[in-house]
Design a protein around this ligand. Structure first.
Ligand SMILES: [Fe+2]
Length: 331
């Protein structure tokens, strides 16, 4: 089948960080500067850009310096993620917090991410409302909470449109809250649809899709059906019970093969961005292995006659489908 040739790879910065967990809050690795991380990322020439997280990586004070470092190492800013998750003020939510000051701060952080993206010549901002949800019955008015999310997306879209910036909405079912409102592709598409803005679409994080119980390829398909709404992808793997952020294809290789097929099928034109957390693995090695896995899958896909896959999808014979996977991918 025909595979897009000029594919670009990117990485989050957190992949290259200390990788803390709640048992080892200082992380499993030594600290390094932002420039150290960027320098290391740039050594793998497959990486053309990075995802920057508000406050963790970039803020109003350091944005010029960040821009300079990225230019020095010839890396683009693919996306800026609004920090509505990592500050103590967001412990009870950001834009849907019961505390007015926290809601205002969350709203400000969303708009700030759009300003930062503009300065960094990025055309995409990621909104992930990880703190906005609930943990207990009767804890929140769901209609009010959802309306807060939808209104914020709508306002962000209007502000971003003035700067030719798109909004990519990332969903995840849980962590840090036990229930995040925007928990699945379908719920996120609902929020996007209610916001009703052309520059709003979906970011599929494959690990988040798995923990939401989704078939990630079907999620690509419904984003396409919703009007070409797949704006961005984060790739990683897990055991489907927690967002383990493991190496791409390490646990569910066949599902990742199908995902890569569907990205081609819907003409996804953005970068493929690693969003992993290699707690105990060397970051450079683990990220290279993931990129090489994807490159190999895409190469093997390019060697398959697409008519053969189309015929399988029409016939819906599961055994024949698995036989095709064995024939081309386990040889
Ligand atoms: Fe992600």
């Amino acid at each position: 089948m025909k595979i897009r040739e000029n594919i670009e790879f990117g990485t989050t910065i957190a992949l290259w960080a200390q990788c803390p967990d709640r048992f080892l809050s200082q992380g499993y690795k030594g600290s390094s500067t932002f420039e150290d991380k960027i320098k290391l990322i740039s050594k793998n020439k497959d990486f053309k850009g990075v995802d920057l997280y508000g406050d963790w990586d970039v803020n109003r004070d350091n944005v010029d310096e960040v821009k300079e470092i990225l230019e020095k190492y010839n890396l683009k800013t693919y996306i800026v993620t609004a920090d509505v998750n990592s500050l103590p003020e967001f412990g009870r939510g950001s834009i849907a917090s019961p505390i007015k000051e926290s809601r205002e701060l969350g709203y400000k952080k969303v708009m700030e991410a759009i300003d930062l993206a503009e300065i960094l010549n990025s055309d995409m901002v990621n909104l992930w409302f990880g703190q906005d949800g609930y943990d207990y019955p009767f804890q929140i008015d769901y209609i009010w909470g959802w309306q807060q999310v939808i209104n914020t997306i709508s306002d962000a879209a209007d502000y971003a449109a003035e700067k030719n910036i798109k909004i990519a909405l990332e969903y995840k079912p849980r962590e840090p809250r036990t229930h995040i409102f925007t928990a699945s592709a379908a719920k996120m598409l609902f929020a996007a649809e209610r916001a009703g803005k052309d520059n709003v679409g979906i970011l599929i994080d494959t690990g988040h899709g798995y923990t939401a119980g989704e078939n990630i390829s079907e999620s690509v398909a419904i984003c396409q059906l919703a009007g070409d709404k797949l704006f961005y992808v984060h790739v990683n793997d897990n055991y489907k019970v927690w967002d383990d952020d493991m190496m791409v294809g390490s646990i569910h290789p066949f599902e990742m093969i199908e995902f890569m097929y569907w990205l081609e099928k819907v003409n996804y034109g953005g970068p493929i961005v690693l969003d992993m957390f290699p707690f105990r693995e060397d970051a450079y090695d683990a990220s290279k292995e993931s990129v090489d896995f994807i490159k190999r899958v895409r190469q093997l896909l390019s060697e398959i006659d697409e008519e053969e896959i189309k015929a399988l999808l029409k016939e819906q014979n599961g055994t024949k489908s698995i036989r095709m996977l064995r024939k081309y991918f386990l040889k």
